[in-house]
Write a protein that binds this ligand. Structure first.
Ligand code: GDP
Ligand code: IMO
Ligand code: MG
Length: 428
C-alpha cells in the first residue's frame, strides 16, 4: 500500500501528525518538495519534534527516510536535524537517503531572499527567508545551480562557486548595496557539508523503484499546501515548488499511478502565513480565539498565523486538483467554545456566484464568502476516541465539511498527540 499526504490549504494543516500516524504501517517515508520553509510537528507522548527537511517518519527508528530530487536542501538545517535527533537517541544512520540530484540552498540564497523581500517593502511575498525562491530560480536557470552530487568533486565545486559568487556579488552590490560574499567561506562550509552528508547521498529514484519492486510500502509526505503551489496556487503569494499532488511524481521520480491513496489534510478552519488574499479571514476576536486556542504561530518562523473560517471552496479545489481519496480534518478540538461556526460554501465575485476557486488573485481579492452557519459546541473533545463520542454539533460540522468538499473525512484530529485522532469508516 503506497499513500501520499497532501496539504489542502495554505500549509500547516497538520501533515506532520498525519504522516507520523501513517508511518507506523509504512516501510519508507519520502519528502519530495519544498525545503526548510516547511515545519512539520510530531508529538509523541510528552515529546515534541519540529522537522523542516527530514520526513516526519524520522522519529520512528525503524522507518527509512528519503529526501528526493525536488527538495531544495539547506545542508545546515538537515545536519542540525540529523544531529538533534541523534542527541535524542534517534539515529538516521543507514536509513536516511538524500538525492544526489537535489539542489542545495547556500548562504547567498538566504541573503538574496532577505534582500529581495526587504526591497519590496509592502509588496513583499512574506517568505520564510529560507532561500527557497532564489535556490529554485537557480535550479530552473541551471547555469548557477549546485546539487548534492556536486559535493563529491570539491575541486570542481570550488571553481564553480567562484563563478557563481562573482555573478551574485555583482547583483547584490549593485542592486542592494549589500556586502560582498566570500566564495572561499562558502566553499569551506561545503567541505563540511560533504563530509557529513555524502554518506547519506545516492540516487533516490533508483532506491524508490527498487523498493517498489520489492513490494515495500511507501508514504509520500507533501510539504506546504495546494494553495501554495507555484502553478495552481495563489500566485505570486505561493512557494516555489508544486505543493499540490502534482508535485509528487515530478518531485520523487515515482509515478502517481503507484500511489493507492491520496490523503488530503485540512484544518477545521483556515490559516495562512505571509501575504496574499484570504477570503474567509477573521480579523477579529474570533480569529484571535482560534489563534490562541490552536497555538497558531509558525513552526518555522514563529509568525502569528492569519486565521479564518473553513473555506470549502479552497479545500474543494484542492480535492479536485488532486483526486483526493479522503480528508484528514485536524484541529476540530480547537473550535470548541464558539457559539456558532461558519463554513464558506461559495464566493460571490462581481455579483456572480461560484463554487470553483479562482486561483487568479485579482479575482480572488474580490471574492465575498457565502457562508453556511452551524451551532457550535462547548464540550472539550480532546479525549474522544470514537466519532460517536463527539457532540452532535461537532459531528454535523464534520459532515458539512465532507459534503461541501466532496470527499469523505476519514480522520478527525482532536489534539496534537498522535493518539488524539479519530478514524472513521466512511466511503465516498
Ligand atoms: P504541518 O506543516 O502541516 O505539518 O503542520 P504544523 O506542524 O506546521 O502545524 C500544525 C500544528 O497543529 C502543530 O503544532 C501540531 O502539533 C498541531 N496539531 C495537529 N493536529 C492537531 C489537532 O487535531 N488538534 C490540535 N489542537 N493540534 C493539532
Ligand atoms: P508546511 O510544510 C505554511 C509560505 C510562506 C510564504 C510563502 C512563500 O509547514 O505546511 P517561501 O519561504 O516558501 O518562499 O514562502 O509560502 N510557506 C508556508 N506556509 N506552511 C509551510 O510549510 C510553508 N512554506 C512556505 O509563509 O507565504
Ligand atoms: Mg508547518
Amino acid at each position: 500500500m503506497n499513500r501520499c499526504v497532501i496539504g489542502l490549504q495554505w500549509g500547516d494543516e497538520g501533515k506532520g501528525k498525519v504522516v507520523d500516524i501513517l508511518a507506523e504501517d509504512s516501510d519508507i517515508v519520502v519528502r519530495y518538495n519544498g525545503g526548510a520553509n516547511a515545519g512539520h510537528t510530531v508529538v509523541v507522548g510528552s515529546e515534541k519534534f519540529a522537522l523542516h527537511l527530514l520526513p516526519s517518519g524520522a522519529v520512528r527508528p525503524e522507518t527509512a527516510c528519503v529526501v528526493t530530487n525536488a527538495v531544495v536542501i539547506d545542508p545546515e538545517t538537515i545536519i542540525e536535524e540529523i544531529e538533534g535527533l541523534k542527541r535524542r537517541g534517534i539515529s538516521l544512520d543507514n536509513r536516511l537517503f538524500i538525492s544526489e540530484n537535489a539542489h542545495i540552498v547556500l548562504d547567498y540564497h538566504k541573503t538574496e531572499d532577505r534582500l529581495r523581500e526587504e526591497s519590496l517593502g509592502k509588496n513583499k511575498i512574506g517568505t520564510t527567508i529560507r532561500g527557497i525562491g532564489p535556490c529554485s530560480a537557480d535550479k530552473v536557470g541551471r547555469s548557477y545551480a549546485v546539487r548534492m552530487g556536486d559535493l563529491r568533486d570539491l575541486v570542481e565545486l570550488e571553481a564553480k562557486l567562484k563563478v557563481i559568487l562573482e555573478y551574485k556579488n555583482r547583483i547584490f552590490t549593485s542592486l542592494y548595496n549589500a556586502e560582498l560574499i566570500d566564495a572561499s567561506a562558502i566553499f569551506e562550509k561545503c567541505k563540511s557539508y560533504a563530509e557529513k552528508l555524502l554518506p547519506f547521498t545516492l540516487d533516490t529514484t533508483e532506491y524508490l523503484h527498487t523498493a517498489l519492486g520489492r513490494g515495500k510500502s511507501i508514504l509520500f509526505e507533501g510539504a506546504q499546501g495546494t494553495l501554495l503551489d507555484i502553478d495552481h496556487g495563489t500566485f505570486p503569494f505561493v512557494t516555489s515548488s508544486n505543493a499540490s499532488v502534482l508535485g509528487m511524481p515530478a518531485g520523487s521520480g515515482v509515478p502517481a499511478k503507484a500511489v493507492d491513496e491520496f490523503i488530503g489534510v485540512a484544518k477545521a478552519y483556515t490559516t495562512r502565513v505571509g501575504e496574499g488574499p484570504f477570503p474567509s479571514e477573521l480579523d477579529d476576536e474570533i480569529g484571535q480565539y482560534i489563534r490562541d486556542k490552536g497555538h497558531e504561530y509558525g513552526t518555522t518562523t514563529g509568525r502569528p498565523r492569519r486565521c479564518g473560517w473553513f473555506d470549502a471552496v479552497v479545500v474543494g479545489y484542492s480535492v479536485a486538483l488532486g483526486a483526493i481519496d479522503s480528508v484528514a480534518l485536524m484541529h476540530v478540538d480547537t473550535l470548541a467554545g464558539l457559539n456558532e461556526l461558519k463554513v464558506c460554501i461559495g464566493y460571490e465575485i462581481d455579483g456572480k456566484r461560484t463554487t470553483f476557486f479562482p486561483a487568479n488573485i485579482a479575482r480572488l481579492a474580490k471574492a465575498k464568502c457565502i457562508y453556511e452557519t452551524l451551532p457550535g459546541w462547548k464540550e472539550d473533545i480532546t479525549g474522544a476516541s470514537d466519532f460517536s463520542e463527539l457532540p452532535v454539533n461537532a459531528r454535523n460540522y464534520v459532515m458539512l465539511v465532507e459534503k461541501s468538499v466532496k470527499a469523505p473525512v476519514r480522520m478527525v484530529g482532536v489534539g496534537p498527540n498522535r493518539r488524539q485522532t479519530i478514524f472513521r469508516d466512511v466511503s465516498r
